[in-house]
Write a protein that binds this ligand. Sequence first.
Ligand SMILES: Nc1ncnc2c1ncn2[C@@H]1O[C@H](COP(=O)(O)OP(=O)(O)OP(=O)(O)O)[C@@H](O)[C@H]1O
Ligand SMILES: [Mg+2]
Length: 303
Amino acid sequence: MAEQADNLRKWARQQAGDGEGRTPGQTRLIAVGSGKGGVGKSNISLNLALALQQSGRRIALIDADLGFSNLEILLGIRAQYTLQDVFAGRVELSAAFTLAPTGLMLISGGSGTLPGAAQSGLYVTRFAQQLAAIDGQYDLIFIDFGAGFGPYSAEMMGLCDELLMITTPEPTALTDAYALVKMMSQGHALPPIRLLVNRVREQASAVEAGEKFATVCQRFLSIRVEQLGAIPEDVAVLRAVSRQSPFFLAEPNSPAARAIRSLTRAPWLAQLTEAAQSLPANDSRGIRALFDRFVKRRSEGRS
Ligand SMILES: Nc1ncnc2c1ncn2[C@@H]1O[C@H](COP(=O)(O)OP(=O)(O)OP(=O)(O)O)[C@@H](O)[C@H]1O
Ligand SMILES: [Mg+2]
């Protein structure tokens, strides 16, 4: 393990040396996750990424839902390479991006195969290394994970700078979101968790759902959850999915698009991207810090 960690450190130094014109340590990572499936992770990641891109940030989107990749479908594109090709060593992450017509850089997750427990460690290693190699190219990378919990997604989500949890107001979705946070909290320290309640019909139900979730996380896990508010139930989302054209672009004045736009003005997000441009490379956030955390964990003997 110690030897593996040493090799990883050497590799990281080499990467830092050949990154001409880049500013290592400054790309921030937001993991998007949920307990229950189908609560809106992919639609929210995509449209939030597009909204931030429109406001001038350099944004990329990675579909890390290896079994059931959907972002390509939501954008109506076909990617030549997928994250699975990256994990299999067939292509570098930097070369696997597809430029969507919207100007967004996307890595597709591919479909059909889920990592077994034996592959998880390798996937996380490869992910961390490959992210380190593109550090500085974007202000922010959204990583859309599959629903629920597996060793690969749990470790990767835990390594990111922020965990954006998506739920609906339904008790089942909230219970599963809590179960996910609880399972993740039994491993390493978690990144800050922010909760977004989607498919909301009445504002009061979102507030109630958010407060319930935050209360149990605080009481039973001593984890603080910040409320980000709500995205309304909106037929524009359904229409956009059918047309394979993101609602933020297709219907910019729809209630869902307006909610996404106001989310981009949230202070935490502004700070995250501003920090990406101005903070020193040794900040505790960003890809470089992710890589350091990852190496530390490996050298502690966990895989
Ligand atoms: N705000 C909304 N208003 C109306 N419908 C919505 C909204 N958000 C999501 N949906 C519906 O829920 C479906 C699932 O959304 P999405 O694919 O984004 O969820 P997901 O959490 O990524 O799912 P999975 O767990 O399968 O990856 C969409 O196809 C759409 O029909
Ligand atoms: Mg999805």
